[in-house]
Ligand binder design. Structure first.
Ligand code: CTP
Length: 364
């Protein structure tokens, strides 16, 4: 259906912290974008968040980059105020503001959206159940300093590790663990994929993409620039556990898929891609022209072979300089473990707030 060219563009405002940007945040942006034509996303600074909510895990520049990489965000406003004023909405010419159906307050208890609510410029989207920054931090706080015991090869698949991770979770009643159950509808909503067109250069990359972060984003951006269609293979939970050991992955396959699909550089994903890049990967989904990988060594496959042996032999393997040694999944976990006390206090405050919110909803 063609749109009336004279129709005024509807501009939507969303704001938030977007700490450890996850698929719940992305889903809020997706829903908000669907309510209009152009999505402006205000992201609060570290200082503003510290004042009203507590410390963040990701620094403001990392959070800005994560939101910019989300395919539904058209414009990111850095250092947006924690209290959403009519002035800020007017400055960016926004018609209304969208927020998830939970209450967000200033440190003194004032509703952050009172002004836009009073002006009739407030709309709600459905909050995604089973995922939050608090839950992600909780998963990491269960880890100890030796969390990154790695294996020498994928051969040592051991389901006991995953089981012990979940029993660990059961033993820690303080921490709410993800009950994220992504449906096929959610995956369809996130994919909005296009097929490669004749002449398109298809680039393939694969990996875990756990706790999707700016390191992944920069890597995918660089990979996409090698061609014009980016296919991403995501390894399943057992494979990741076999390679990375004890507590990994922190996010299950479907959560990891949703985060990757929300990234603007990605065109399509393979759910549960094989660890070694084989003929099927190179030809069955699309004809792959380039296989790219970061310049860090990869673990050998079960048979002891290099997982990139085939693309290397075919001369289609390209190495990409890894964007940053600091921003890795391990690096993020270390930030939390090193500041354990601070994050545990933050968790306690968040859990208390969640309890009050639950009581409020039960009274409705
Ligand atoms: N949001 C959502 N679903 C989630 C988490 C967040 O829809 N599971 C929405 C929020 O309602 C808000 C936007 O994402 O509209 C930005 O949220 P943010 O300010 O980062 O705060 P939180 O709601 O506290 O997010 P989290 O609980 O993950 O820290």
């Amino acid at each position: 259906m063609s749109q009336n060219p004279n129709r005024k563009q509807v501009r939507v405002w969303v704001d938030g912290c977007f700490d450890m940007m996850h698929h719940g945040h992305a889903n809020a942006l997706r829903q908000a974008k669907a309510m209009g034509d152009f999505l402006v996303v205000g992201v609060h600074s570290d200082e503003e968040i510290e004042k009203h909510k507590g410390p963040t895990v990701m620094k403001e520049e990392e959070r800005y980059t994560a939101v910019e990489a989300c395919k539904w965000a058209d414009l990111v406003v850095k250092d947006a105020p924690y209290f959403t004023s009519l002035e800020v909405m007017e400055k960016y010419n926004c018609d209304f503001c969208v927020h998830g159906d939970d209450i967000t307050t200033l440190s003194d208890g004032t509703d952050c959206y009172q002004a836009v609510k009073d002006a009739g410029k407030y709309r709600e989207c459905k909050r995604t159940q089973g995922i939050s920054t608090t839950e992600l931090v909780g998963r990491m706080l269960l880890m100890t300093r030796d969390h990154h015991k790695r294996r020498s090869s994928i051969a040592s698949i051991n389901n006991e590790d995953l089981t012990s991770f979940s029993s660990n979770i059961k033993h820690n009643p303080e921490i709410k663990i993800s009950h994220c159950l992504p449906t096929s509808k959610k995956i369809v909503q996130f994919s909005e994929g296009r097929e490669p067109e004749p002449g398109d250069k298809v680039v393939y990359v694969d990996g875990t993409f756990d706790l999707f972060h700016v390191g992944h984003i920069e890597f995918l951006k660089r990979a996409k620039s090698l061609g014009n269609y980016l296919l991403v293979g995501i390894h399943d939970d057992q494979t990741v556990n076999a390679i990375k050991g004890v507590n990994f992955p922190l996010m299950n396959l479907h959560e990891r898929v949703l985060s990757v699909l929300a990234c603007r550089y990605v065109d399509e994903v393979i759910l549960g891609a094989p660890y070694s890049v084989d003929e099927n990967v190179l030809s069955k989904v699309y004809k792959v022209d380039i296989v790219a990988h970061g310049n860090t060594p990869s673990f050998p496959d079960v048979n002891g072979k290099d997982p990139y042996e085939l693309p290397k032999a075919l001369g289609i393997y390209v190495e990409i300089e890894n964007p940053s040694a600091e921003i890795t999944t391990d690096g993020i976990i270390n930030r939390i473990i090193e500041h354990r006390k601070m994050y545990e206090e933050r968790q306690a405050r968040k859990n208390e707030k969640a309890k009050l919110e639950e009581e409020r909803l039960n009274q409705k």
